[in-house]
Write a protein that binds this ligand. Structure first.
Ligand SMILES: Nc1ncnc2c1ncn2[C@@H]1O[C@H](COP(=O)(O)OP(=O)(O)OP(=O)(O)O)[C@@H](O)[C@H]1O
Ligand SMILES: C[C@@](O)(CCOP(=O)(O)OP(=O)(O)O)CC(=O)O
Length: 421
């Protein structure tokens, strides 16, 4: 810390990390402390413009302790998961030199320095949209940048895994596999990229946000109960998933949407069946989720081949994956027929890539009201106005990135505190 040991300098790094949605689900740990899963999982990384965490990490000799702010509010860093990630990154910290600011930090000094961390999610936190995945991946990635950690993405993924299992997959863009590994120390439980986001870039992702309230059963406690009580979980982990993972890798490699969609829907349904098989049973989906499944299944059946895939994480929100823009617009017309906006305001009903609305010919609420009932449905033409809070239209995206523009940092470079605090 030679140059500025006694000074009031603040050194910062800012990063942005995407969220991810599993198409083959992780559900169940064989080691709670190290977060080692009972099966491999596969995910798609979403476009960070639509769903991501941005994190600024600052270090200064004037900070008396480590502190963290999430979405503007101070939160405790004392939890074991944040502490594991901090410890693992600090262990790997290297010399850092910022010539312009005249700051030199030697690797052995990092243990004595404290950090301030501010993070912001551009989508709802703790609402079943995998904020913990984006958040913990960003935490590890950005700390690693500040501390000049040289380890590769595989190693970073195994550190992010100790923050939240699904976070290890947010270290890469595109299609990602979390290999469960065999070692007791977790050294081989890492994420690998199967293909980048350009490999299959016509996929369109529409998320129906059914509820953005915090859920009743966290993924962590839900999967603990499933491991302890569900016989179906054992069968799924040992017999079903290993075969499904191979087929899913093949479907992704060959861009075979039919196979991709069948596997994705089947795996989501089996994950929720495991939740029901848990004692006491866990219900993450609600009536709206079930209606969306039914709408998609009827459409897919009437066409004889899947037009769209659905998957649901530990919450009622539907993640719908269409193979192209055309199917996505037809899907949107069907969804809006059943789930028109509560307040008739179409523009705030779609976030992310809003242009999908005009592609679907939906420029005003009158266009929504004029939509015909989907032909394949035998449901009475009942509508469920207000049952979906809003939709997000997104696509596949890239992995974590550093933001070098200091004006975008969430921490003030003079005070070392979050901007606006
Ligand atoms: N940007 C962030 N930086 C650091 N930690 C975060 C961030 N965002 C979320 N978290 C952590 O993740 C927790 C929320 O995780 P939780 O699993 O409850 O919800 P979720 O990840 O949104 O949903 P799910 O995992 O079911 O999809 C927060 O309480 C916080 O501890
Ligand atoms: C249903 C899931 O989204 C579960 C995610 O669980 P978390 O990664 O949030 O759980 P912890 O490891 O306990 O933090 C499926 C998935 O993302 O694979």
């Amino acid at each position: 810390m030679a140059a500025a040991e006694e000074g009031q300098w603040v050194l910062m790094a800012t990063g942005r990390s995407p969220t991810n949605i599993a198409v083959i689900k992780y559900w169940g740990k064989r080691d709670e402390a190290l977060i080692l899963p009972v099966n491999d999982s596969i995910s798609v990384t979403l476009d960070p413009d639509h769903l991501s965490a941005t994190t600024t990490v600052a270090v200064s000799p004037s900070f008396p302790s480590d502190r963290m702010w999430l979405n503007g509010k101070e939160i405790s860093l004392s939890g074991g998961r944040f502490q594991s990630c901090l410890r693992e990154i600090r262990k790997r910290a290297q010399d850092v030199e910022d010539e312009k600011k005249g700051i030199r930090i030697k690797k052995e000094d990092w243990g004595k320095l404290h950090v301030h961390i501010a993070s912001y999610n551009n989508f709802p936190t703790a609402a079943g949209l995998a904020s913990s995945a984006a958040g913990l991946a960003c935490f590890v990635f950005t700390l690693g940048k500040l501390m000049n950690v040289k380890e590769d993405h595989g190693e970073l993924s195994s550190i992010a895994r100790q923050g939240s299992g699904s976070a290890c997959r947010s270290i890469y863009g595109g299609f990602v596999k979390w290999c469960m590994g065999k070692n007791n120390d977790g050294s081989d439980s890492i994420a690998v990229q199967l293909a980048d986001e350009a490999h299959w870039n016509d996929l369109v992702i529409i998320i129906a946000v059914v509820s953005s309230k915090q859920k009743e059963t966290s993924s962590t406690s839900g999967m603990r109960d499933s491991v302890e009580t569900s016989p179906l979980l054992q069968y799924r982990a040992q017999t079903v998933v290993p075969e499904r993972v191979l087929k899913m890798e093949e479907a992704i490699k060959s861009r075979n949407f039919e196979s991709f969609a069948r596997l994705t829907c089947a795996d989501s349904n089996q994950f929720h069946a495991v939740c029901l098989d848990t004692s006491p049973p866990i219900f993450y989906m609600n009536d709206t989720s079930h209606r969306i499944i039914s709408l998609v299944e009827k459409w897919n059946q009437s066409e004889g081949t899947p037009r769209v895939a659905y998957t649901f994480d530990a919450g009622p929100n539907a993640v719908l994956i269409a193979p192209n823009r055309k199917n996505a617009t037809i899907l949107l017309q069907k969804l809006l027929y059943y789930f028109p906006p509560q307040d008739n305001d179409l523009s705030s009903y779609m976030v992310g890539d809003k242009s999908i609305l005009s592609d679907a010919g939906l420029k005003s609420i009158e266009d929504v009201e004029a939509l015909p009932a989907p032909a394949e449905t035998k449901m009475p033409s009942q509508k469920f106005k207000g049952d979906v809070s809003y939709f997000i239209c997104s696509r596949l995206g890239a992995g974590p990135k550093v933001d070098t523009d200091e004006s975008l940092a969430l921490i003030d470079s003079v005070t070392g505190l979050p901007k606006g605090v």
